[in-house]
Design a protein around this ligand. Structure first.
Ligand code: AGP
Length: 609
């Protein structure tokens, strides 16, 4: 899951490519490169490392030119190195390609091209594309790309430039995202919206099997078979300011502090406090059809999967229908049993996660109704599903998801309330107190964020630990999973989330003075059970930190440290119990000097399998 970018226009292309790559860097950051065309020559600059290393490289001599392509990499084939960095060249150095995705039949194609005397210089799958286009080139670059893509198996979004047919960038997509930006006399291609925000609001999303040809006159669109396409323009609603750090040290910290507003924005215009009514007709599934739903299946990955587990409690308690929550990477290959009375909810903040997209495509064939819960407008998953429920978190740059998790919970809580109202399992009398509680969540989140400093001080004491156990019960078990995931992915400390009651069936063997336990223990119907799990730990001299309601005085004698949170109704505690865990992980990682926004080996949007 790399980031590709291209620009053709009047302006100096290098700063535009570099600024664009900086905004794509969260998609992969182990090597980078650009290719700029000037005076009928292609200037290549590639580095191992980050965009900051590319900037250093360009400092000494940046090529001039008004069109070019760029790439930031998350290596799949060929270790991170200067020679394996994109753009990749053909035999004559007169054609270059940047690519996001995986060419599954690249070895077979490479063998064939080697027989045809093509010379390969890298270990990458991508280099095959450059030689394939070279092989098929007659006079037109788009025709050569058209022929090349017929031979490729796998997922790809590519942008190609050739000196034989100069003055154009040819883009082809099947799988990973590619967006074309339409400016005033200048045209862009990018893997996502962020690099386009400072330049234009007019965009065109490429669908699978489509090609775009950008030149100084404009953009034209073709199918892989060469058929001209008329494409609809969309308008971006996000502003460039939304992807600035606004004085925070890291995007992750800024995004943690944006959560109260993000929940407000996701609830806005969708609930009435007076009537307790929820308005979600926007999901595009008629109420009549919703009354026939007998089962819900939630499909997702990573943090979105944890939001799915929270949604299971929301829906089962308010709608009284069974909910299965499935890992997309597993479910897509499962011989699943679905029918038209099943509602399949695919949760993905980026809307581009390959496993979730593939699972969605697979379940659509079963006749089940599909609903996407996405944060990126018009993303692939949002476009493929029957209906979409958007979260309004704005662009999330930190690789570790935080504000999108809270926005997902807010949207899913609304969905559960709406389904309950439409199906009659939830009357006004029960709805109103729940809606009032939900409305109060942003304010209570602010209370927790106001005590961030005390969590920072607490984190200071745990910098040297290498293992952590996270425990939660019922609706807070997914919160324990999420807390452990946050610590793992940004501080590289091994952490495991477990249901409190499950601990004594194994993990309790890990308990010793080197393995602290973070327990999520709000006062709810499993509180007493959680207390007994905690005493099992204390009996074995384990160290316990507890996220608990501030008015819970009893717990103070049973644990070593308490992180107090304001109380709320049992169904919405995850909104409040998650924040301290995000902050705890953030401060530990930041104080250990980790690259919090771009943790090693990760990427924001996993667009390959
Ligand atoms: C979470 O912090 C990670 N970035 C990752 O687990 C993420 O949640 C997962 O890749 C799913 O992404 P999506 O919501 O964009 O589909």
């Amino acid at each position: 899951m790399c980031g590709i970018i291209g620009y053709i226009g009047q302006k100096d292309v290098v700063p535009i490519l570099v600024e664009g790559l900086k905004k794509l860097e969260y998609r992969g950051y182990d090597s980078a490169g650009i290719a700029v065309v000037d005076e009928n020559q292609i200037h290549l600059r590639r580095v191992k490392g980050k965009i900051s290393d590319l900037v250093k490289n360009l400092k000494s001599s940046a090529p001039d030119g008004s069109f070019g392509v760029g790439h930031t990499r998350w290596a799949t084939h060929g270790r991170p190195s200067e020679e394996n960095a994109h753009p990749h060249r053909d035999c004559t150095d007169s054609l270059v390609v940047v690519h996001n995705g995986i060419i599954e039949n690249y070895l077979a194609l490479k063998k064939k091209l080697l027989k045809e005397k093509h010379t390969f210089r890298t270990e990458t799958d991508t280099e095959v594309i450059a030689h394939l286009v070279e092989k098929h080139f007659q006079s037109s670059l788009e025709e050569a790309v058209q022929k090349a893509v017929q031979e490729i198996e796998g997922a790809f979004a590519i942008a190609a430039i050739s000196l034989q047919d100069p003055g154009k960038i040819v883009v082809a997509k099947t799988g990973p995202p590619a967006v074309v930006g339409l400016g005033e006399g200048e045209y862009f291609v990018s893997s996502d919206l962020n690099p386009l925000l400072p330049h234009t609001q007019k965009i065109v999303f490429l669908e699978d099997g489509e090609i775009a040809v950008l030149d100084s006159q404009g953009a034209k669109f073709l199918s892989f078979q060469g058929k001209p396409l008329k494409k609809k323009e969309d308008l971006i609603t996000w502003s460039p300011l939304m992807i600035e750090k606004r004085g925070f040290k890291h995007f992750m910290l800024k995004e943690i502090f944006e959560q109260p507003q993000v929940v407000r924005d996701t609830l806005k215009g969708r609930i009435s406090l007076d009537s307790g009514k929820v308005f979600l007709e926007e999901i595009g599934i008629p109420a009549q059809a919703l009354t026939k739903i007998a089962k819900v299946v939630v499909i997702a990955c990573g943090t979105s999967y944890h939001a799915g587990l929270v949604a299971k409690s929301f829906i089962e308690s308010l709608v009284r229908i069974p909910v299965d929550v499935e890992f997309a990477s597993e479910y897509r290959y499962r011989d699943f049993i679905l029918d038209k009375n099943t509602l399949v909810i695919v949760i993905s903040q980026s809307g581009e996660t390959a496993d979730s997209l593939a699972a969605l495509r697979a379940v659509k064939k079963s006749g089940a109704r599909t609903l996407a819960v996405c944060n990126v407008v018009k993303s692939s998953i949002a476009r493929v599903a029957d209906g979409v429920l958007y979260t309004y978190a704005g662009p999330e740059i930190g690789v570790a998801a935080t504000k999108t998790f809270s926005a997902q919970m807010a949207a899913l809580a609304l969905l559960a309330l709406y389904l309950g109202q439409v199906r009659g399992t939830l009357d006004e009398k029960r709805s109103i107190p729940l809606i009032e509680d939900l409305q109060r969540i942003p304010h209570r989140m602010e209370d927790i964020l106001n005590q961030a400093q005390s969590i920072e001080k607490l984190a200071q004491e745990f910098l040297s630990f290498s293992h952590f156990l996270y425990l939660g019960r019922d609706i807070n078990f997914p919160v324990a999973l999420e807390g452990a995931l946050k610590l793992k992915e940004i501080s590289y400390i091994h952490a495991e989330g477990y249901p409190g009651g499950e601990m004594k069936h194994g993990p309790i063997a890990l308990i010793d003075e080197k393995m602290p336990t973070m327990v999520v223990v709000p006062k709810d119907h499993v509180y007493e059970k959680m207390l007994s799990n905690m005493s099992e730990i204390k009996t074995r001299v384990g160290y316990i930190l507890a996220v608990a309601f501030e008015e819970d005085k009893e717990i103070r004698d049973k644990v070593d440290r308490v992180i107090p949170i304001p109380s709320t109704g049992p169904l919405f505690t995850p909104f409040l119990t998650t924040l301290p865990l995000q902050l705890f992980a953030y401060y530990i990682a930041a104080k250990r000097g980790a690259d919090v926004d771009q943790p090693r080996n990760l990427a924001k949007s996993v667009t390959v399998e």
